[in-house]
Design a protein around this ligand. Sequence first.
Ligand code: COA
Length: 167
Amino acid sequence: MDDKNQMTAVYPGSFDPPTLGHIDIIKRATAIFPKVIVAVLKNPGKKTTFTSEERLSMLRSAAGQEKNVEIDSFEGLLVDYVQKKNARVIIRGLRVISDFEYEFQMALMNRKLYPHIETIYLMPHEKYSYVSSSLVKEVAQLGGEVGCLVPPSVEAHLKLLFRKSKP
Ligand code: COA
């Protein structure tokens, strides 16, 4: 593993769908790391609102133009994917204290599985601290305005999805 790869960071998540909070974290990570791989979890056992192809496409529209960002998907253990990419840094966002316990457990489990890994936490702008994918979906489904919380491509997907599901 060369030094350049060591400085590759993987930002994993379900991104179901990505929000401006996620994009904020991607931008912060790209200002620090020479390469950031945004890795969409493709878990056939987990029911998601959007397919992995849709989540990849929304992320590509929202963040694919950043020159040091790669948008990819992965299956299986995150640490295996990180090793395959010759990276050693995982990026996660911390919005509020309640995120901490889950993140702490994940970071320690990942470290146990692959001791060479470090998880680095970035705080999104406070204006996104209350934003989550499920809240955004609930508000959009009930006809609320989410344009200030998600990228335009996500807003379009949400509109299409909930227009389709209206009786
Ligand atoms: N802005 C807005 N929302 C954010 C956010 C941010 N910066 N950071 C997290 N969130 C929200 C998401 O919107 C989402 O909300 P929801 O619960 O309402 O859907 C929630 O926090 C978490 O989503 P996300 O950031 O997409 O991550 P995740 O927790 O779904 O991702 C993985 C978890 C993919 C990292 C983890 O399951 C994994 O590594 N899986 C692979 C299998 C594995 O290795 N397992 C062992 C792990 S120790």
